[in-house]
Design a protein around this ligand. Structure first.
Ligand code: IMP
Length: 477
């Protein structure tokens, strides 16, 4: 028997090369799926302590994309996808509306449910007014009908909306919402001043062709037909077959079913071999997610004795995907920004991150104070707690069986807001590209000048022989 030699991120380094540009001049955009173009090559993990709508919004505003986890009932997951899709628009295509006969109380419920501050009012299907939180503020009687409280005959944009003309109307009339109607007065959209401002504030946001933030959702082979109808209605951009063993018949079948029935881009996973990658591509996966056992909370390798060190897994998958040009997503095991550089130089189109994002303000859950320091919880989707809440089938269990976990429940240091943290991560990536003389991720993927290092080399690369007195934002042990 000949044993294959494998490597993890810590076993390798990239050799530096000549460069004639500054790290700031690098281009870190990437396409992970047809129509899904990211400004930074980062996805957040579909985990219940990492990605819900809040983190997905924050990450997409920075140019990456979040994958909403699936330990949520289908309707709640789809609602969160909807929250991300509605966060930023040029034109809201199907705005939430009310009828003039509804009560102010119903308006209040809709506004709080969707966290929106103004609704177009319809009468017989045609626009007749607008009701905003300003109208509500001065209303003492919530049993009143909308028609008694709304602002009638609002300023509108007619026909195909034009952003410049919309901006002019906002300024001239000092309004915050501008309904769009067709020639017959039927509502076709809504433009809000907040959206226009947000587009200015986040010029690098990852958006679809209508200017809405990108978002993905995790599904299982068992719930394709429960989740997909709701997710497509919420305009999800892609789905991820979120399984621990993607090289299996039910996952390949599910990939094919999503493509056939719903025609939506799909990421298949997780695999860690050439054959596994090939089988998912043959089944129709638009991208393949790679990682069996590298996750920081993962015990799969010790519980089941299987897995592939992540650097080798990515290299193998990239080889397998080369013929079709299918993007590979390196999932798990990213500890520092340098690992992002290594994953992309190994040929991945993007990385997926759990641990590093779990401590951010925008991740689900509250901060925990322990012995005077602040933490947030982070747990594997194969931990006892997460499996009991629904993710058991990710690990081939039914929800009623006694769980045999493949992950742990723990905590990570609180890291503050996502934006400055992602800036550190992406600037680390740009620095790596600068050192290699690679201006684009395409060039970095072709660079291939890796060297293998020893344990002494790894030790030398970390901080050594000193006590850190001021922790930098991008390094801790
Ligand atoms: P991390 O960024 O190293 O923490 O890895 C996150 C990745 O670990 C996720 O995207 C999943 O692919 C994987 N993962 C999540 N939960 C578990 C688990 O309980 N066991 C094994 N792997 C997991």
């Amino acid at each position: 028997m000949q044993l294959e030699e494998t490597l993890s991120y810590d076993d390798v380094l990239l050799q530096p090369s000549y460069s004639d540009f500054l790290p700031g001049d690098t281009d870190v955009t990437t396409t992970i799926l047809p129509g899904v173009n990211l400004q930074i090559p980062i996805l957040s993990a579909a985990m219940d302590t990492v990605t819900e709508d809040r983190l997905a919004i924050a990450l997409a505003l920075e140019g990456g994309v979040g994958v909403i986890h699936r330990n949520l009932p289908p309707a709640e997951q789809a609602r969160q996808v909807g929250m991300v899709k509605r966060f930023l628009n040029w034109v809201i295509e199907s705005p939430v509306t009310v009828d003039e006969d509804q009560t102010v109380h119903e308006v209040w419920e809709i506004m709080t449910g969707y966290r929106i501050s103004g609704l177009p009012v319809l009468s017989g299907g045609r626009l007749c007014g607008i009701i905003t939180s300003r109208d509500m503020r001065f209303c003492r009687d919530y049993t009143l009908k909308v028609r008694d409280v709304m602002t009638p005959n609002p300023v509108v944009e007619v026909g195909r909306p034009d952003i410049e003309s919309a901006k002019e109307k906002f300024d001239t009339h000092k309004i915050e919402k501008l309904p769009v109607v067709d020639g017959e007065g039927r509502l076709t959209g809504l433009i809000t001043v907040k959206d226009l401002e947000k587009h200015n504030d986040f010029p690098h946001a990852a958006t679809d062709s209508s200017g809405r933030l990108l978002v993905g959702a995790a599904i299982s082979p068992n719930d394709v037909d429960d989740r997909l109808p709701l997710l497509t209605e919420s305009k999800v951009d892609f789905v991820v077959l979120d399984t621990a063993h993607g090289d299996s018949r039910n996952v390949a079948d599910a990939v094919a079913r999503v493509k056939d029935r719903y025609g939506i881009p799909v990421i298949g996973g997780n695999v860690a071999t050439v054959e596994g990658t090939r089988r998912l591509i043959e089944a129709g996966a638009d991208a393949v997610k790679v990682g069996v056992g590298p996750g920081s909370i993962c015990t799969t390798r010790v519980v089941a004795g299987i897995g592939v060190p992540q650097f080798s897994a990515v290299v193998w998958a990239v080889e397998a995907a080369a013929k079709t040009g299918t993007p590979i997503i390196a999932d798990g095991g990213i500890k520092y920004s340098g690992d992002v550089v290594k994953a992309l130089a190994a040929g991945a189109h993007a990385v997926m991150i759990g641990n590093l994002f779990a401590g951010l303000r925008e991740s689900p859950g509250r901060e925990i104070i322990f012995e005077g320091r602040i933490f947030k919880s982070y747990r594997g989707m194969g931990s006892i707690g997460a499996m009991k809440q629904g993710s058991a089938d990710r690990y081939g269990h039914s929800a009623t069986e006694e769980p045999v976990p493949e992950g742990i429940e723990g905590r990570v240091p609180y890291k503050g807001e996502l934006s400055p943290f992602v800036h550190q991560l992406v600037t680390g990536l740009r620095k790596g590209m600068g050192y290699c003389g690679c201006r684009s991720l395409d060039q970095l993927r072709k660079y291939k000048k890796f060297i293998k290092i020893s344990a002494a080399g790894l030790r030398e690369g970390h901080v050594h022989d000193v006590v850190i007195t001021q922790e930098p934002p991008n390094y801790s042990r």
